[in-house]
Write a protein that binds this ligand. Structure first.
Ligand SMILES: NC(=O)c1ccc[n+]([C@@H]2O[C@H](COP(=O)([O-])OP(=O)(O)OC[C@H]3O[C@@H](n4cnc5c(N)ncnc54)[C@H](O)[C@@H]3O)[C@@H](O)[C@H]2O)c1
Length: 317
């Protein structure tokens, strides 16, 4: 059935893929993004799609704007992706991250409570403590707010779940692992895969913070978007926390070699925030498979190829 959907952060990297999937499935979509890190060109591909009802340039911190949008469109589902996402920025300026990620989420929740709108809250694997188990991190794994970014997300997660318990609002917390693919920024503020590929294509050396033994479970963005969308349409995940990842981790050293094919092109530089680094991140997505029937489909090698092709074709304009 066609739904009215609010997508915050929809002009960002993952958000634009979520928008694309929702539009493909025939839903009415409103995008709210303040363009602090997103850009309109990310949604240019479907800007004239009849079901993309409106792109609103505005912030989730504007309660009046939220109130008007919800009153006018009575959203069935809110995919809440709008957030400050950079760990280092959150260390330098915790106020901005706390405002956007925690307070902003509270404002979104208040509107959802008023209109009984299902909430899909985009959290992150960065809330987890390091993993020591080869079975990977499941949702029972301890959290550790190693940065204000993680702290702000954990605080928001708790508010999101409290609205399920206290008001019976259908809400779900999702924790995708590190996501990469086309439309991710390739500059210093982007993701490790995009930065490595971009530097490699420019003939530059790859710089690794610290020893490079830290591992990441890398999820291709269309797999991530499929997971995000499915969480909005399933009652079985209400009141739950659900992970999604590839289920394989790779050290940053091995990732660099996979991208360049040449260990001579790799430099190790001093870590800028070693205290907030998580040494091992490996996802156990069994719960997503059980409750949503979700499994990742794109291998790391295939995802890197797709990302490389996109960057070679011009990348972000
Ligand atoms: N990239 C990853 O590896 C990853 C992994 C897990 C979870 N996440 C989460 O997924 C979401 C999307 O991340 P992304 O990687 O696409 O980053 P992104 O920065 O590209 O997307 C976030 C979007 O939110 C917008 N935004 C920020 N503050 C806002 C505000 N106050 N009001 C309205 N819009 C605002 C930004 O302009 C941006 O377009 C975030 O919530 C992030 O925490 C990302």
């Amino acid at each position: 059935m066609q739904k009215n959907i609010l997508l915050t952060g929809g002009a960002g990297f993952i958000g634009r893929w979520v928008a694309k999937k929702l539009l493909k499935e025939g839903h009415n979509v409103w995008i709210l993004d303040d363009l602090s890190n997103g850009q309109e060109s990310n949604i240019a591909e479907f800007r004239s799609h009849a079901n993309l009802k409106e792109f609103v340039e505005g912030t989730i911190l504007d309660e009046e704007l939220l109130s008007t949008l919800f009153a006018e469109h009575r959203f069935d589902i809110c995919y809440h992706l709008g957030a400050s996402i950079n760990v280092q920025d959150s260390i330098d300026d915790p106020r901005t991250t706390f405002n956007n990620d925690t307070i902003g989420t509270f404002y979104v929740l208040e509107q959802c409570r008023k209109y009984n709108t299902k909430v899909v809250f985009m959290s992150t694997c960065m809330v987890y403590d390091r993993c020591t188990d080869e079975m990977g991190i499941n949702e029972e794994h301890p959290t550790k707010p190693a940065s204000p970014y993680a702290g702000a997300k954990v605080a928001a997660e708790n508010m999101v779940l409290s609205y399920y318990h206290a008001y019976g609002l259908p809400t779900v917390v999702i924790r995708p692992f590190n996501t990469y693919g086309p439309y991710q920024k390739t500059g210093g503020e982007g993701g490790v895969v995009a930065i490595f590929i971009s530097n490699h294509l420019k003939g530059l050396d790859l710089s690794i913070y610290g020893e490079g033994t830290q591992t990441r479970d890398l999820l291709y963005v269309e797999d991530c978007a499929r997971f995000v969308v499915s969480a909005g349409f399933s009652d079985s995940v209400n009141g739950e926390i659900v992970n999604a990842g590839l289920g394989k981790d790779i050290s940053i050293n091995d990732l660099a070699i996979l991208v360049t094919g040449d260990s001579q092109k790799i430099n190790h530089v001093e870590h800028i925030h070693p205290q907030s680094e998580i040494q091992k991140l490996l996802c156990n997505s069994n719960k997503a498979t059980r409750l949503l029937g979700w499994t990742p489909e794109v291998t790391l090698e295939e995802g890197i190829e797709r990302t490389k092709t996109w960057i070679q074709q011009g990348g972000l304009q």
